[in-house]
Design a protein around this ligand. Structure first.
Ligand code: G
Ligand code: G
Ligand code: NA
Ligand code: MN
Length: 253
C-alpha cells in the first residue's frame, strides 16, 4: 500500500505524468477532445495505476496539490499542442470531490488558465454527481463561478449516484458522461440499453451533450450511434496514452 510520504515524494520528484485519452465525435469519427488521466511512473515499480493511490491522495488531502499539478500540466500541454500548429481541442480534467469542495477551486482554475494562456473554452472540468449532491447550494454557486470563467463542465460517471433530475435542470453543466458500467453490456443487457437510451434522451431534452465512456467494441459503438449519443470514449477508439503519442495519432496539423 502507498504511503502519504511516497505521494509527497512522487510529486516533488516529478514522478506523476498525464496520459490523454481521445474523445471521438460519433457523427464524424474525428477526435474532438482529450481526457487527461493521472499516472504515477514509479522509478522502481513502473506505472502505478490511479486506483492504487487516488483514494489515499483524497483522504490525506494530497489530492489538492496533485490536482493543481494536473490542472496546470493539462492546460500547459494543450497550449503547447496549439502553439505547435495542431488542431485545437478542449482538454478534460477530473476534479476530485475534495478539490471541488474547497473554497479556492475557482481561483485555482483561473490561475491555471492564466499561467498557461489557455482559452477557457478549451478546458472542461469533470465532476461526479455524488459530490455535487453533498452540498447542493454550495456546488451550484461554485459551478456558476466556474462557468463564468468560461470553462465547460461535465458530470462524470452519470447514472451511478443520485442522478437527481432537479439538479440537472438547475446546474450549469454542458455534458453528461454515461458511466461505463452501463456501456459495458449495452448491446446485450436490455436494462443497461434502456438506461443508456434514457440518459441520452434526458441529456438532449436538457440541451446537454452526451458522451459515453468505456466503449470497447463495435456493437457498443453501433448501439450508441443508433441512439444518438454525441461523443464516445473508450479502448475501441484509443487508450489513454502519453502526450507525444496523442499528438502523433490523434491531432491533425
Ligand atoms: O485512468 P484510470 O481508469 O486508471 O483511472 C482510475 C480512476 O482514477 C478514475 O476514477 C479516474 O477518474 C481517476 N483519475 C484519473 N486521473 C485523475 C485525476 O487527474 N484526478 C482525479 N481526481 N482523479 C483521476
Ligand atoms: O472515472 P473516470 O470516468 O474518470 O475513469 C476514467 C478511466 O476509465 C480512465 O482511467 C481510463 O483508463 C478508463 N477507461 C477508459 N476507457 C476505457 C474502456 O474502454 N474500458 C475500461 N474498462 N476502462 C476504460
Ligand atoms: Na473522468
Ligand atoms: Mn467516468
Amino acid at each position: 500500500l502507498e504511503t502519504l510520504n511516497s505521494l509527497r515524494h512522487a510529486l516533488a520528484n516529478d514522478e506523476f505524468v498525464l496520459h490523454y485519452q481521445p474523445k471521438v465525435r460519433m457523427a464524424s469519427g474525428g477526435v474532438v477532445g482529450a481526457e487527461a488521466l493521472l499516472r504515477w511512473r514509479h522509478p522502481q515499480r513502473g506505472m502505478v495505476p490511479p486506483a492504487h493511490f487516488i483514494g489515499l491522495a483524497e483522504e490525506s488531502g494530497m489530492i489538492i496539490e496533485i490536482g493543481e499539478w494536473v490542472l496546470r500540466t493539462a492546460c500547459a500541454q494543450n497550449v503547447a499542442w496549439q502553439r505547435a500548429g495542431l488542431a485545437p481541442i478542449p482538454i478534460s480534467v477530473n476534479l476530485s470531490p475534495r478539490q471541488l469542495a474547497r473554497g479556492d477551486v475557482v481561483e485555482v482554475v483561473r490561475k491555471a488558465l492564466a499561467a498557461s494562456g489557455l482559452p477557457p473554452h478549451c478546458l472542461e472540468l469533470e465532476i461526479t454527481e455524488t459530490v455535487v449532491m453533498r452540498d447542493v447550494d454550495k456546488s451550484l454557486e461554485t459551478l456558476r463561478q466556474l462557468k463564468e470563467l468560461g470553462v465547460c463542465i461535465a458530470i462524470d460517471d452519470f447514472g451511478t449516484g443520485y442522478s437527481s433530475l432537479n439538479y440537472l435542470k438547475r446546474f450549469p453543466v454542458d455534458t453528461l458522461k454515461i458511466d461505463r458500467s452501463f456501456v459495458n453490456d449495452i448491446a446485450v443487457d436490455q436494462d443497461d440499453a434502456a438506461i443508456a437510451k434514457a440518459i441520452i434522451s434526458l441529456g438532449h431534452i436538457l440541451n446537454l451533450k452526451v458522451v459515453a465512456e468505456g466503449v470497447e467494441n463495435e456493437d457498443q459503438r453501433r448501439f450508441l450511434h443508433e441512439n444518438g449519443c454525441d461523443d464516445v470514449q473508450g479502448f475501441h477508439f484509443g487508450r489513454p496514452m502519453p502526450a507525444d503519442a496523442f499528438a502523433a495519432t490523434c491531432l491533425r496539423r
